[in-house]
Each structure stands twice: as structure tokens, then as C-alpha cells.
Design a protein around this ligand. Structure first.
Ligand code: FE
Ligand code: FE
Ligand code: FE
Length: 208
């Protein structure tokens, strides 16, 4: 028999499996982020969104039910990559003053991926006449967007506070290379020595 041509229904189911995997991963990543965050507001935001995300997983299960297909996960390479980057960033910046900023950056990358996926799924659900599914997907989409916006606000507030702090306290020697935990040898050779005071004139014009 001739190979069956795939339809938008197939694409919807395959993407649903991808997002199902990604969402479950995101619950884990958010719990980890909540533990790692130093800022209380950020910690709270991660905890809240971890709870929301657990509920989003349930919503996806409802969508599987609506289309009458088993709730299965399919490895999402994008989410795998994003969480791998997060692990790496936590290792590199975990106990630095930039730790929270880096954590927010990683979380926002995940939110943007989710926004892209849920946006697509919602559009397809409407085109397929799956109104109830579209509604569920939109609820999640709005939560992802709100979370992304909240993270931007927290990042802006934190950076503003960071600037003030630096000016007021004027901590001497803050920028001295601490030489601890450096030289992990993970980065490319041309990235080495980035923070050394001697390396002037790298021509990036960063300090300008
Ligand atoms: Fe989510
Ligand atoms: Fe994916
Ligand atoms: Fe999310």
C-alpha cells in the first residue's frame, strides 16, 4: 500500500509530543533555577512558574485526550540544548555576581521556545477545528508570555540595583581576577584571558 501522506493533524501530534517533553523538562529546570537564584523575587518567580508549568503539563495531557491519542513524549533537541547551556552557565557563573542575570537569560530562552511552540500549536488547533485544544494552548501561551515579561522586569530591576550598589559601596578590588575556579579549559583558546587586566586592545571596543 502506498505511503500515507502526512497531514497537519500529524504535524500537530508530533509537535505536541515535542512540547510535552519540553514542558516536563522545563518544570525540572525551573525548580533547579529556583534553588540557584539569589534574588528573592527571582526565586519566587521561578517557583511560581514551576507550579504553573506542572499545570501546563496537565493541559497538554488534556489536548492529547481531545485528539484521542496517547500522551507521549518525543525528545526535544532544542530543549535539551537549552538545558545543557543552562547547566554550563550555572557551572561558569554559579557563584558570581552575574549568576542571577545568567539564570534569567537561560530561563528566557526556554520561555521564548515555549512561546514559539505554543503559538504554532494554537494556530494549528484552530485550523483543525479543535477549539477546546486551542483554548487550552492559549492559556499556557499567555502564562509563558507573562513569565517572559516578568523575567525582563526582574532583570531590569536587578541591574539597576546592581549599578547603584557598585557606586555606593565602591568595593575595592572587586574586579580583581580571583583565579579560583578558572581555567576549566572548556572554552575555546581565543576566549582565554578575557578577564585579565593586561589584555588591552583586543579591539572589541567594549569599554568605549
Ligand atoms: Fe511551559
Ligand atoms: Fe522541540
Ligand atoms: Fe514556561
Amino acid at each position: 500500500m502506498a505511503a500515507k501522506r502526512k497531514t497537519l493533524n500529524d504535524a500537530f501530534y508530533e509537535t505536541l509530543k515535542d512540547v510535552f517533553y519540553a514542558e516536563k523538562q522545563s518544570v525540572r529546570a525551573l525548580k533547579k533555577s529556583a534553588k540557584s537564584a539569589a534574588n528573592d523575587e527571582l526565586k519566587q518567580a521561578f517557583e511560581t512558574h514551576a507550579e504553573e508549568s506542572a499545570h501546563q503539563v496537565e493541559r497538554l495531557q488534556q489536548v492529547f485526550e481531545i485528539i484521542g491519542k496517547p500522551a507521549r513524549s518525543k525528545t526535544c533537541e532544542a530543549m535539551q540544548g537549552l538545558t545543557a547551556e543552562m547547566e554550563e552557565d550555572l557551572e561558569d557563573f554559579g557563584d558570581s555576581p552575574a549568576a542571577d542575570a545568567v539564570l534569567i537569560g537561560c530561563a528566557q530562552a526556554v520561555e521564548h521556545y515555549e512561546i514559539a511552540r505554543y503559538g504554532t500549536l494554537k494556530t494549528w488547533a484552530m485550523q483543525l477545528g479543535l477549539e477546546d485544544a486551542a483554548k487550552l494552548l492559549d492559556e499556557t501561551l499567555q502564562e509563558e508570555k507573562r513569565t517572559d515579561e516578568l523575567l525582563t522586569q526582574i532583570a531590569e530591576r536587578a541591574n539597576a540595583e546592581g549599578d547603584e550598589g557598585e557606586g555606593e559601596e565602591d568595593e575595592e578590588g572587586e574586579d580583581q581576577p580571583k583565579s579560583k575556579g578558572r581555567g576549566k579549559g572548556k572554552e575555546d583558546a581565543d576566549d582565554e584571558g578575557e578577564d585579565q587586566p593586561k589584555s588591552k586592545g583586543r579591539g572589541k571596543g567594549k569599554a568605549g
